[in-house]
Design a protein around this ligand. Sequence first.
Ligand SMILES: Cc1ncc(COP(=O)(O)O)c(C=O)c1O
Length: 489
Amino acid sequence: MSTGFAINQYPDVDQVYKDLRSLISQPIRSIRKAEMDKIISEYYDKKCARSKKMIAEASEYIPGGVQHNLAFNHPFPLVFTKASGAHLFDLDGNKYIDFLQAGGPTVLGSNPPVVRKKVLELLNSSGPVTGLFHEYELKLAEKIVQLVPSVEMFRMLGSGTEACMASIRVARLATKKKNIVKMGGAYHGWSDQLAYGLRLPGTRHFEANGVPKSVFKYTQEFYPNDLNALESVLKRNRWRGGTAAVLMEPIGPESGTRPLDKNFNAGVRELCDRFGALLIFDEVVTAFRVGLSGAQGYYGVTPDLTVFGKVVAGGYPSAGGLGGKKEYMKYVSAGIQTGMKKALIGGTMAANPLSSAAGYYTLCEMEKTKACEKAGKAGDRLTLGLQKLIKKYNLPFVAFNQGSICHLETVGTMLLEINFSKFWTIKKTIAEAHKRKHAMEEMGAAYMAEGLVTLAGSRLYTSAADTDAIIDDALKRFDRVFQKVEGVI
Ligand SMILES: Cc1ncc(COP(=O)(O)O)c(C=O)c1O
């Protein structure tokens, strides 16, 4: 039966946490040193020589040699020249199965011809940008309103970061309250105020280098799956200017790396209503990957505002947007209107014809081809196969998925716990996180050398372009990598 959603079976959340806790209680199991040395000398140095040379040259002009955070791969980033469907090709002519999918936006697979054709037609007529209204803005907004029931109006912005910023401005204007409570461990872009509680819940401002601590006066975090913790923050905020919004990813922080109990979102909704805070779902990853009505459609929970990104421009640039009820969206209306305070929102490239057309045709094609479900089935097949391999080699690794968002935890870095009541343990936990992160990078390097591109060696996005044959081929490659892990003979 067709559900329209990518998730066919919700992960057994308790079991996932049990397995993850077991993983982080054990010593790191990464690629054997001799094998890692061989991978670097035989694959990277010999077969990726042109990439190596270009990145060395780029390091002279570009800090770190690459600019996209997801391109920082160990031992050095590779240069990619071609992307098509489920595959990527590097400068040296090596072919890869693409489970990065540009960080999530390409549910149809890379560079789908149907969308490309329409984008080229648009480029031939108006070019990418005019700064003036284009019909595709209307078409895309109409489409999103039709697909996502909680969205009555939509405003397109330049990125997910911008859309998150806009959402909290709107929440403050609408509620006249001050505080923003975000779920710990989640990334909501890199704006000052939200550079808080990143990666590991409880880390507060630890990663906010360059941001004065005073910026976080009205930002708090709460622990995933802990409604009592959220309630405590909301209660405390009553005496500190109130809570304007609770901001969270509906599948859990970092695309569900810490999965949420299935009824958790409903609990948050209830608390928001009780405390008069808006509920903002950051669906930058999940809309329209989990389903065309977003993760909110899957969970059946209605947020007040929804943050969009990635798929909203189908993998083309300038992907961001805010949607919600008219009573809130009026605060981001463009143009001069007197009598009402409006949020400061802008962006030279926001809602340009190219992004709008790409987003519109991507959503139409996804709807026509049931892309979310196809990508989800590929995710199920991949995860099941990985779980079998983990068993076969008796590894402590953990694989689980929420449809086309697959997690392969080999070190569990993101699951470490920060305990402020035992402040003397914090430094040790952070040092352990760094050690585990390096092991994860080595796993990523080993996958890449087997022709598998992953997100930081621990997350894999599947797409509608992933056939059963492609997934089975990928599993054979994972099998070869697992054979190189310490303790596997
Ligand atoms: C959940 C979430 N929110 C916000 C963002 C920021 O979006 P952007 O990279 O478009 O600024 C990201 C980016 O990965 C994300 O995953």
